[in-house]
Design a protein around this ligand. Structure first.
Ligand SMILES: *Cc1c(COP(=O)(O)O)cnc(C)c1O
Length: 392
């Protein structure tokens, strides 16, 4: 394949070349059709080329696309107003990729710590969780616990400590007077669809509040309907101090991310403190508005709750002897394969043959995160294929 000659080998894709997508379906060069059960790691919640989002993008391209933040544009304000209204936060800062939004949240938390909480300069600590995934920049991999993500990329950014996800005691022990934030995914996605114990989100909300620490949820993957609520923290009514969104905010069309927070936290940013040439541009903002409209108008969070439960129950009913565990919340479903039956990659390849695309996370987990526009019939078909594939 040509990609192997010209592309750096930082990915190990399945051997399929996709040329067209529509809704939950994608097609390869030979015209073979596949059900997309990855949805670009949850960036295509609205389905491929959703007509409402494509129309918004095309219309915007007819007027203006990029001006930088040196001037105002009419779309960004509408987009951020909508985001704040949906989530109940005061202010938002628009960026492009997820990693940039995470970096933005880290900068905001540190500056809040210094200017408002009174942590001495350069002493701020942020607590994160073992097995986290927040992106690939040097600062972000600095607090990864995955050896491969760090190997050869040092020196790293100091100021982070990692604790076990789900462990309240370890979190409390890690807190000191310089702690400014606890950054966590409500459900670990890349980590293998790891769901913390019930009550955890509520508990960490209490602890962070009590200790004057910002609670930051990275909902780049879990947010925007994926888990059966607009935001995963709503399952436990644990609204954070800062919320990070990305992926499906761009409707599978364009990179759009954002950080949301209170007037107090966002107030630490002054003109010139932070920025992005492309962040909040009219095209991205128009796409962001349309992406949110689709989620709301088509009730995709509610659909994800209902169909996700159905899908997970149907997989459980297969009672496959090779499956170690099924972890699911909404349409975010992890199926862990017992080691003695081979790696998840092997099963991804078998599924590809049968017309289903998904991707392993770590070695043993198959992750199913289809577009939220999937239908019950399509799920039934997928389950019938899984019934054949999930065999010794
Ligand atoms: C994908 C992801 C990121 C990184 O987003 P990019 O757009 O790839 O930079 C960060 N956090 C979580 C939870 C993610 O799933």
């Amino acid at each position: 394949m040509e990609a192997e000659k010209y592309s750096a080998r930082n990915y190990h894709p399945l051997p399929v070349v996709l040329v067209k997508g529509e809704g939950v379906w994608v097609w390869d060069k030979e015209g073979k059709k596949y059900l997309d059960m990855l949805a670009a790691y949850s960036a295509v919640n609205q389905g491929h080329r959703h007509p409402h989002i494509i129309k918004a993008a095309m219309d915007q391209m007819e007027s203006i696309t990029l001006i930088s933040r040196a001037f105002h544009n009419d779309k960004m304000s509408r987009f951020l107003k909508m985001l704040c209204e949906i989530s109940g936060f005061d202010k938002a800062i628009p960026m492009n990729t997820g990693a940039e939004a995470v970096e933005t949240a880290i900068k905001a938390a540190r500056k809040w710590g210094n200017k408002i909480k009174g942590v001495p300069a350069d002493r701020a600590e942020i607590i994160v969780c073992d097995n986290n995934f927040h992106g690939r920049t040097v600062t972000i991999v600095s607090f990864s616990t995955e050896e491969q993500y760090k190997d050869g990329f040092g020196p790293f950014t100091p100021g982070f400590v990692s604790v076990e996800l789900g462990n309240i005691e370890k979190l409390e022990e890690a807190i000191n007077e310089n702690t400014v934030a606890f950054l966590v995914e409500p459900i670990q996605g890349e980590g293998g669809v790891i769901i913390p114990p019930e009550g955890y989100l509520k508990k960490i909300r209490e602890i962070t509040r009590k200790n004057n620490i910002l609670l930051i949820f990275d909902e780049i993957q879990t947010g925007l309907g994926r888990t059966g609520k607009m935001f995963a923290y709503e399952h436990e009514d644990a609204k954070p101090d800062m919320l990070i969104l990305g992926k499906a905010l761009g409707g599978g069309v364009y990179p759009v991310s954002a950080v949301l927070s209170s007037d107090e936290v966002m107030g630490v940013f002054n003109p010139g403190d932070h920025g992005s040439t492309f962040g909040g541009n009219p095209l991205g903002s128009a796409i962001g508005i349309a992406s949110l409209e689709v989620l709301i108008n088509e009730k995709l969070p509610e659909k994800a709750a209902e169909l996700g439960k159905y899908f997970a129950d149907e997989i459980k009913k297969l009672d496959s002897p090779i499956v170690k565990e099924i972890r699911a919340r909404g349409l975010m479903i992890g199926v862990e394969i017992k080691q003695e039956y081979g790696t998840a990659r092997k099963f991804c390849e078998l599924l590809m043959e049968e017309g289903i695309l998904c991707k392993e996370t770590h070695d043993q987990t198959l992750r199913f995160t289809p577009p939220l526009v999937i239908t019950k019939d399509e799920i039934d078909w997928a389950v019938s294929v899984l019934a054949e594939i999930l065999q010794p």
